[in-house]
Write a protein that binds this ligand. Sequence first.
Ligand SMILES: *[C@@H]1O[C@H](CO)[C@@H](O)[C@H](O)[C@H]1NC(C)=O
Ligand SMILES: *[C@@H]1O[C@H](CO)[C@@H](O)[C@H](O)[C@H]1NC(C)=O
Length: 246
Amino acid sequence: MSFSRTLALATITTGALAQLKSCSNNGTVSCHSSSKAPTCCYNYPGGALLQTQFWDTDPTTGPSDSWTIHGLWPDNCDGTYQSSCDSSRAYTNISDILTAQDRTDLLSYMQTYWVNDDGSNEEFWEHEWSKHAELLHQLLPQEEVGDFFQKVVDLFKGLDTYKALSAAGITPDDSKTYELSDIQAALSKLHGGSKPYVGCEDGALSQMYYFFNVAGNAIDGQYQPTAPLESSNCPSSGVKYLPKNK
Ligand SMILES: *[C@@H]1O[C@H](CO)[C@@H](O)[C@H](O)[C@H]1NC(C)=O
Ligand SMILES: *[C@@H]1O[C@H](CO)[C@@H](O)[C@H](O)[C@H]1NC(C)=O
């Protein structure tokens, strides 16, 4: 462990993470309690967390055999959401913060799998942090930036959309189309029986949102897969899945 990481941990232990650790999961699940008081172990009002992914073909981003990360978004349990609540935490140095926390493996993973189709990756991460992550009330300044990005990457690694679709014979192909229900069934297996929101652009797969409720906090709480709060905008049949290797 490097000096900077030790230092970062020391800061965390006396600050943000100390509070996080003291927050035990008492069984209260987000979106399932009438409590309107956000705490470090209960997300309110953004109790539904969506791990969102892209399949970008125009322009192409990321590896040709993987979806890419969009973010982790709090939703008010009903399809509405708040955004960009705290401009004092709208950092413009996400890469520097991760580097200072000695999270270089995380950073290099993000350079491959969390990529911008329209500008620098750093800009995209700043946008995702300031628009969505600040809304997670138990996340406290700076030290938590690393925990947030690591958590999103960990969730993404457990939701390998490409692999799950492939296993069901659903692969990118210019000359084939698929049934929406087959796509949803293949991905439900990956997501505890709950289908994700399947997003299309011009009838072709483009986005996937996996919905969760959480018992405990967003970093080390228990994520429970749940049904989507939005209906798919894809056609029910004839769904295209275009290859990235254009
Ligand atoms: C569990 O924690 C939440 C959030 O702090 C609180 O609102 C709730 O009353 C607690 N429930 C019990 C049974 O202690
Ligand atoms: C990142 O930016 C914040 C606020 O702008 C600053 O306080 C902090 O020192 C910077 N961190 C690093 C590691 O550069």
